[in-house]
Design a protein around this ligand. Sequence first.
Ligand code: 4NP
Length: 171
Amino acid sequence: MHSFPRRAITKEKPYRINFVCLGNICRSPTAEGVFQHLVMEDGLEEYFEIDSAGTGSWHVGNPANSKSQDIANQHGIRLLSRARQALASDLEYFDLTVAMDHSNAADLQAMAVKDEHEEKIVLLRDFDTDPGDGAVPDPYYGGMDGFKNVFDIVYRSCRALLDTLKTDVIR
Ligand code: 4NP
């Protein structure tokens, strides 16, 4: 697994995670909603602060794509976020920035002004037990199968990410 910033996670200093894709309407809102759901299932909501963003600005203010919402809803998960564009200052604020694909990661790396910021950028599939080519494929121009595939990848990877971070939680 890729190394990433670890620290003690407490109620006083929750771990801040930002999931990032291109539009912030398909993949990263799914990751935000799934990770939040898993955190709540594990009773850890006071220990994590979760957000998402897009490197592009086309969809700012929009809710998640209806296909992304439908699949999440089928799994009892609601996607409530509105799209926002990723900011350079996000790399300072968040402990970890989780990119959906290599292009998102490269765009984020270009926003980093400190080595410390670059070290905070990882790929979601760095945590996947079945990482494929390392990317969560962009489902935007495809059909329902692509969105289902995204949900499965995101769910599996978020579960593994949370299992790793849980070992840093000090209750
Ligand atoms: P996302 O999907 O990055 O998973 O939110 C996309 C959404 C919109 C566009 C591309 C990808 N777009 O080109 O508008």
